[in-house]
Design a protein around this ligand. Structure first.
Ligand SMILES: [Zn+2]
Length: 272
């Protein structure tokens, strides 16, 4: 019997990243990045640590209506004073509506569209009322999952984009989101947390491996080279090693030509 392939893995060290980085020299595109951090609802010590750590713009995926962790109005004042922060709508309540045994999703294809439409609208209005103009009309579905019927609703509900997570190997899958005009899907690829194992830092080899692999896929044209590579963090669960890696990555990029490779989320989803 043929052996079943394991999950795709890609590893690299800083030298490996440097080799990939050098291959971008002289190309018309730059090796751009962007940073998404999930699950904020309040100003916590770890959110303050994120603000200290991030020398570049960050898109915070904020949960509008989590039952156990209500959105705190003081987060609005805090973000108004953090010029690099923008907010994406992280679902409605971060609640699982998937059928028993199915992968967790707040917007599975089995959930009635009318219910999803109402929930997204109410939650989006509440998010904007509470946090103000830093909220971008972009949905980050919890667990990075959204069924196609719900995805198709988004442009009509005023969303300009969606952000999910790409698993290895990175190859151009035609996303249904690309068929909506002026609607952009910009995903993340480098999750710094080892959710299936230690729930701590995933390790440099895995994080740099995904970064180098996604950059290589863009450079070769197997995915759109203009769409930036996404760093995904969850400030509430970072251990010391995770914070250290984020520092080291920014140091490395600063030395390699500048931190302006990080794109501002407001420019990724500009106003109409
Ligand atoms: Zn989440």
């Amino acid at each position: 019997m043929p052996e079943r392939p394991g999950p795709e893995r890609s590893v690299a060290d800083w030298d490996g990243l440097a080799r990939e980085w050098d291959l971008w020299q002289g190309l018309p595109q730059r090796p751009t990045l962007w940073w998404r951090d999930d699950d904020a609802v309040d100003v916590t010590a770890s959110l303050e640590e994120l603000r200290r750590s991030a020398r570049v713009p960050v898109a915070l995926a904020v949960i509008p209506m989590a039952l156990d962790r209500p959105l705190q109005p003081r987060l609005g004042a805090y973000l108004a004073d953090w010029p690099g922060a923008a907010v994406l709508q992280h679902g409605v309540g971060h609640l699982n509506h998937a059928a028993e045994g199915a992968k967790k999703s707040e917007f599975p294809p089995t959930r009635p569209s009318s219910e999803i439409e109402l929930a997204l609208t109410v939650a989006g209005n509440f998010l904007r009322e509470t946090l103000g103009s830093c909220v971008l009309p972009v949905l980050t579905p919890p667990w990075n999952r959204i069924g196609e019927p719900a995805l198709a609703l988004l442009p009509r509900l005023g969303f300009r984009g969606v952000s999910r997570f790409d698993e290895l190997p990175y190859a151009g899958k035609a996303s249904p989101a690309t068929q909506f005009p002026r609607f952009r899907e910009i995903n993340t690829q480098i999750d710094v947390i080892d959710w299936r194992g230690s729930r701590g830092f995933v390790g440099e080899a895995a994080a740099l491996g995904r970064l180098a692999a996604h950059l290589a896929a863009r450079r070769r044209g197997s995915v759109d080279p203009k769409i930036p590579t996404g760093l995904l963090t969850h400030h509430l669960v970072h251990d010391t090693a995770t914070w250290r890696f984020l520092d080291k990555l920014q140091d490395w990029l600063a030395q390699r030509g500048g931190l302006d490779v990080f794109q501002d989320p407001r420019e990724l989803w500009p106003p109409l």
